[in-house]
Ligand binder design. Structure first.
Ligand code: AMP
Length: 399
């Protein structure tokens, strides 16, 4: 039986996974990637091998009781039976919040799991979801090493001022500060800088993670020095269903004048705003692109998305005191040439010169000229997680 390491990324109704050979190789050897979607409504499992061929698929139509527990049991059986069987050596998890203290991944113990649960008020919609598969596995397979890698950790290098709100110090000390998210994605991009252009490694770079969630990160010499998400993953850019930055006065107004409870206001800002709220149509950029010629709402949503990117980009360039490169990643950043073109045209003030052919052709470098350059780098959060897991477990083994 081949020994494997499993990486899990738990969402609100999905569970993404990747499986890597536990072979000690420097470059993680990925053998499967897949996901469960529609958990709690219409569960669906699909897994592909290294070459992208579908090697497993299953539906549980209408089985609303099929959640993480059932998904993990199915996955474990599938791995045990497929191609001569695979034995789990360790599991790595994407955990949204590491709080102020976790600057690196950590091997999970019952005490650490409980400590991470105390951070749930900082990310009430995401942290409990991250912890659920961890607890299920700890119960089902006690003794199996599990590691948490944090979305906040990469941003702990931000200077103190970048992490502060203008509130009394006692509240900052109590954890009300700008954490930043998408760190596993930004950490991965930084590992790719030397391959893409060695000048990025020591340069001033802004990366745009534009997916259903969206944020920007400013790197100075490959370290995060500012980012658009703050205390929560609601801050910053316009997202698929989230508002991004909003005057806190609006939140009071929603509650006082529109009769929403705190929970309702939170739910509204996370799920009914952003691209779907503005367009009244969809949170999916592909749908908006298809309809934007004829549908004013779709056009307005895209225009606001790009406008806010340019505004926030300007603020990060100011924090970096200049710019050498802009990197696009995630679903929209990697696939939507039109959004990239619109962002780069809006950022012409910073000296970017779009190369339209390279952009349409999906090249890595999509600008020309002597000014700052823009690149497309596909992200891979699971790769960061498996690398961090290996580091943590090898240290544990030595100790
Ligand atoms: P992610 O959260 O990284 O999976 O990204 C999801 C977003 O990427 C959605 O808004 C998708 O519509 C968008 N997306 C994925 N593929 C494309 C594409 N080919 N063109 C435009 N947008 C895309």
């Amino acid at each position: 039986m081949a020994k494997v390491q499993l990486v899990l990324n738990a969402g609100s109704s999905s569970l993404k996974f990747q499986v890597f050979l536990d072979d000690g190789a420097d470059v993680p050897n990925r053998i499967y990637r897949g996901l469960f979607e529609g958990l709690g409504t219409d569960p669906h499992f699909k897994v592909k091998d290294h070459d992208g061929a579908t090697v497993g698929e299953q539906r549980w139509a209408g089985q609303t009781a099929f959640g993480f527990e059932e998904a993990l049991a199915y996955l474990s059986d599938w791995l045990g039976a497929h191609r001569g069987g695979h034995q789990l050596a360790a599991v790595g998890h994407r955990v949204v919040h590491g709080g102020p203290h976790y600057t690196h991944a950590v091997e999970l113990t019952p005490a650490i799991i409980n400590e991470l649960d105390t951070l749930s008020p900082l990310a009430p919609l995401h942290q409990p979801k991250s912890l659920e598969p961890i607890r299920i596995i700890a119960r089902r397979v006690p003794g199996l090493p599990q590691v948490a890698a944090f979305d906040t950790a990469f941003h702990r290098t931000q200077p103190e001022l970048a992490q502060m709100f203008a509130i009394p110090q006692s509240m900052t000390d109590a954890g009300v500060k700008r954490y930043g998210f998408h760190g596993l994605s930004y950490a991965y991009l930084a590992t790719q800088f030397p391959k893409v252009d060695p000048r990025l490694t020591k340069g001033r770079v802004v990366a745009a993670h534009l997916g259903n969630g969206a944020s920007l990160c400013a790197y100075d010499a490959s370290r995060s020095i500012a980012t658009t998400m703050g205390f929560s993953a609601l801050d910053g850019l316009v997202m698929g269903t989230r508002s991004g930055s909003i005057d806190p006065g609006v939140v009071f107004y929603l509650q006082r004048e529109m009769g929403m409870s705190a929970e309702e206001a939170e739910h509204f800002l996370y799920t009914k705003c952003g691209l779907i709220g503005v367009s009244g149509l969809s949170n999916d950029m592909r749908v908006l692109r298809e309809r934007c010629e004829t549908d004013a709402g779709a056009r307005r949503a895209i225009d606001l998305f790009v406008y806010r990117i340019n505004r926030e980009f300007g603020s990060l360039v100011a924090a970096l005191r200049g710019i050498d490169a802009l990197v696009f990643t995630a679903g929209i950043g990697e696939n939507d040439a039109e959004t990239r073109a619109e962002v780069l045209r809006a950022a012409a003030w910073a000296g970017f010169e779009l190369d339209p052919e390279a952009n349409r052709a999906g090249a890595t470098r999509i600008t020309r000229g002597t000014g700052p350059q823009a690149y497309v780098i596909p992200t891979d959060e699971e790769w960061t997680i498996v690398r961090e897991m290996r580091q943590v477990l090898s240290h544990t083994a030595v100790a």
